[in-house]
Design a protein around this ligand. Structure first.
Ligand code: XMP
Length: 527
């Protein structure tokens, strides 16, 4: 057994690559790529002390990129003891400049933050460029930033690759197993980048493939059991979304009948969705399933409310109130299982001063005041991993591939005050749009696609009469992570079909428009 296996609380052995995050825009992506390759990767802030890093027993350490230059006065630095720990290191972009400078090399100040595709040739294929699928007569492409550059590698290092104009593209000290890349292997635009990362984790760090959905489920179930013990009960809020569903099925596997699932139906889901997920939960879970029909209650609280933030606040609070009533009435519950995922953990711990454009209330984000101990089995997982775990647990695609849906539901897709009449109208229009996108085979190509009920009434002609009615806006976007999004270039034929069906099948609707605003400057939702 290799030394870098770490035994966790449940007694399982796991290997870990630590990613020191210097604030680079691709840090999370690097971690995802390492995990996709089969090894668990965890982000730590760049200034984590070596003593703390050491406790993780890392098999390897990656130093991320950064918007900073090593020449900045406040340039982020890692604990220099990291270089002396005998653990393999890979510095990516800023990470390479930093280690090169720290270890006695020469780094030249370059231009800032310009990225581009750059070709490079390989001087030494072993070990990073070994068997790389993109390896073509030593001529490769990498996605590089033209920031600082390594002029002279530190003592003990060789230049492993260089660009056409002789800029250093990769360096390595084979003895100490410390490597650096000027380009980003994690981005899609670097062909073969995944092979480089795999070579680092398997050839250099000597990892074995220990991170799989199956191994995660085994560990998570063991951990939940060891925390909850043999008698206590756990409650879990279900929303129909991927995260809460995966938590529920994990929990069910771990504690079975001692799990209580509460599905607060706020009436703001899409057409027939509440009934569909309720059937799935009822059938698939052994624990107690409570379906709370709270539609009237939410509608009453939302009456005449037009401000989107106020809607979010009311829905969030009401959700907690309903959940609390039912959870507390169960009497002997000790734990609350929640679907917090890794990006939430990182963002709450790492993000500083990011502008709040609008508050995002995840219905289901329940506060500590409930008095239950928290269990968050997905804290370590990225969204894609949650889906893989869900698939392994046997969840259907209708849940796993469901498009992101805001916690406050259709309330933030009805501009102005919400009413049951408007809700039904929007549900019908939205269902038509979704069905036609599905018929066109586009449902997995789009990040989100939905209808919005605007508060604009316009004139139209229905039969021989003038007719005044609301405008339905269609929104469809492509995106990687919802941080930015491009409006989807849906075909005119598809848009025409949707428009004809909506105005034909929903007599009230006078007009249908298509939103061609990207994010930024728009946001994905209208409210
Ligand atoms: P925006 O509209 O900010 O949305 O571009 C980005 C992503 O977040 C979703 N969204 C929400 N999700 N509660 C949620 O759980 C909310 O209040 C909320 N508002 C927006 C949105 O659907 C998109 O996926």
């Amino acid at each position: 057994m290799v030394e870098h296996f770490l035994e966790d609380d449940s007694g399982s052995l796991r290997e870990k690559v630590i990613l020191l995050d210097f604030g680079g825009q691709y840090s999370m992506l690097i971690a995802r790529r390492v995990r996709e390759a089969g090894v668990y990767c965890e982000l730590l802030p760049y200034n984590t002390t070596w003593d703390k890093i050491k406790n993780h027993k890392p098999a390897g350490i990656i130093l991320s990129g950064s918007p900073a230059s090593v020449y900045d006065e406040e340039a982020p630095k890692c604990d220099p003891a990291v270089y002396e720990g005998g653990i393999p290191i890979l510095g990516i972009c800023y990470g390479m400049h930093l280690l090169a400078g720290d270890l006695g090399g020469e780094v030249k100040k370059g231009r800032r933050s310009e990225f581009g595709r750059t070709s490079f040739t390989i001087d030494e294929p072993e070990p990073l460029f070994k068997d790389a699928s993109f390896y073509d007569e030593n001529f490769c492409f990498g996605w590089m930033s033209h920031q600082d550059e390594v002029l002279k590698p530190p003592p003990g290092f060789n230049v492993l690759a260089r660009t056409e104009n002789r800029t250093v593209a990769a360096i390595g000290d084979h003895q100490r197993k410390i490597y650096g890349l000027q380009f980003h292997p994690e981005v899609f635009h670097t062909p073969g980048g995944n092979s480089i990362l795999k070579n680092f984790i398997y050839q250099v760090c000597q990892c074995s493939q220990t991170w799989t959905p199956g191994s995660f489920i085994k560990d998570a179930v063991a951990k939940i059991r060891s925390v909850v013990g043999d008698h206590k009960k756990v409650v879990c809020a279900l929303s129909g979304g991927v995260d809460s569903s995966v938590v529920a099925f994990l929990l069910d596997k771990a504690v079975g009948k001692r799990a209580v699932f509460i599905f607060v139906d706020h009436g703001l889901l899409r057409l027939d969705e509440a009934e569909e997920v309720a059937i799935l939960y009822k059938k698939g879970l052994q624990g107690q399933f409570i379906h709370v029909d709270a539609k009237e209650r939410f509608l009453n609280r939302l009456e005449l409310v037009t401000d989107p933030e106020e809607k979010r606040r009311i829905i969030g609070n009401e959700f907690i109130a309903v959940f609390k009533e039912h959870a507390l009435s169960m009497g002997d519950i000790a734990y609350l299982a929640q679907g917090t995922i890794y990006p939430d953990v990182i963002e709450s711990g790492f993000a500083q001063g990011a502008a709040v454009i609008k508050s995002h209330h995840n219905v289901g984000g329940l506060p500590e005041e409930l008095g239950f101990e928290l269990i968050e089995p997905l804290r370590e997982l990225f969204k894609d991993e949650v889906r893989l775990v869900g698939a392994e647990l046997g969840l259907p695609d209708s849940i796993l591939k469901r498009q992101p849906f805001p916690g406050p539901g259709l309330a933030v897709r009805i501009i102005g005050a919400v009413s049951s009449v408007k809700l039904l109208l929007l549900q019908k229009a939205d269902a038509i749009f979704r069905q036609e996108v599905y018929n066109a085979g586009l449902e997995h190509e789009l990040w989100q696609y939905f209808a919005v009920l605007t508060d604009v009434n316009v004139v139209g002609v229905k039969g021989d009469d003038r007719h005044y009615g609301p405008v339905i806006a269609l929104r469809a976007v492509v995106s990687e992570d919802a941080m930015t999004a491009d409006w989807a270039r849906l075909s005119h034929d598809l848009l025409e079909k949707v428009s004809t069906r909506i105005t034909g099948e929903i007599p009230d609707v006078a007009r249908v428009v298509y939103d061609i605003t990207s994010k930024p400057p728009g946001t994905i939702e209208w409210e």
